[in-house]
Design a binder for this molecule. Structure first.
Ligand SMILES: [Zn+2]
Length: 158
C-alpha cells in the first residue's frame, strides 16, 4: 500500500526558494524550479547533517545542565551512600563533555559556518559555560581537600 511518501523520501531545502521539499520530486512544489536527483541527494544529505548537528548540540547542553544538580546533590552528605553515587555520576558526566564537544566539531566540520547552525552553536556555548562552572566547583573542592590534607599533615608533624 502506497501512502504517498515512500520511506526513502527525504526532505531538503530547495536551492531556488529555500522551502522544504522532498527528494522524490523533479520540481519544487513551492517555486516550480526543476530539481536534479543529485542536487536533491546533496540537499538531503546537508539537511540530515544539520539535523544531527542540532540534536547532538542540544544533547550536549542537556548533559551539562544535568551535571550541575547532580554535582550539587553529591555535596549533600545527608544522602549517605547516594551522595557518593551522585559524586561518581557527576564526575563521569563532567569528564565526558569535552569528548562530546570535540566529537561534534570533528563530525560537523564540513558544515563550516552554515547559518542554520546558529542555534546549535549557542547550545554548545551554553554547554561549555555550564561545564566551566562545574569545573570551578571541582577546583574549589580540590583546594578544600588539599587544605584539609595539609592541616592533617601539619598536626601530624608536631
Ligand atoms: Zn523552490
Amino acid at each position: 500500500m502506497d501512502m504517498g511518501l515512500t520511506p526513502q523520501e527525504r526532505t531538503f531545502r530547495c536551492p531556488g526558494c529555500n522551502e522544504v521539499t522532498e527528494t522524490g520530486r523533479t520540481t519544487c512544489l513551492h517555486c516550480g524550479r526543476s530539481i536534479g536527483t543529485e542536487e536533491a541527494e546533496r540537499g538531503a544529505n546537508l539537511s540530515d547533517a544539520l539535523a544531527s548537528a542540532h540534536s547532538e548540540a542540544s544533547n550536549l547542553r542537556n548533559l551539562t545542565m544535568t551535571t550541575l544538580p547532580v554535582f550539587g546533590l553529591s555535596l549533600l552528605p545527608a544522602f549517605g551512600m547516594l551522595t557518593r553515587l551522585f559524586g561518581y555520576a557527576a564526575f563521569v558526566m563532567w569528564i565526558s563533555v569535552p569528548f562530546f564537544l570535540l566529537r561534534w566539531f570533528k563530525r560537523h566540520r564540513q558544515l563550516g559556518d552554515h547559518p542554520e547552525l546558529k542555534d546549535a552553536k549557542r547550545n554548545l556555548g551554553i554547554g561549555a559555560a555550564v561545564w566551566g562552572l562545574t569545573a570551578i566547583g571541582y577546583l574549589a573542592l580540590l583546594v578544600l581537600l588539599l587544605g584539609v590534607m595539609y592541616a592533617a599533615w601539619r598536626s601530624g608533624v608536631r
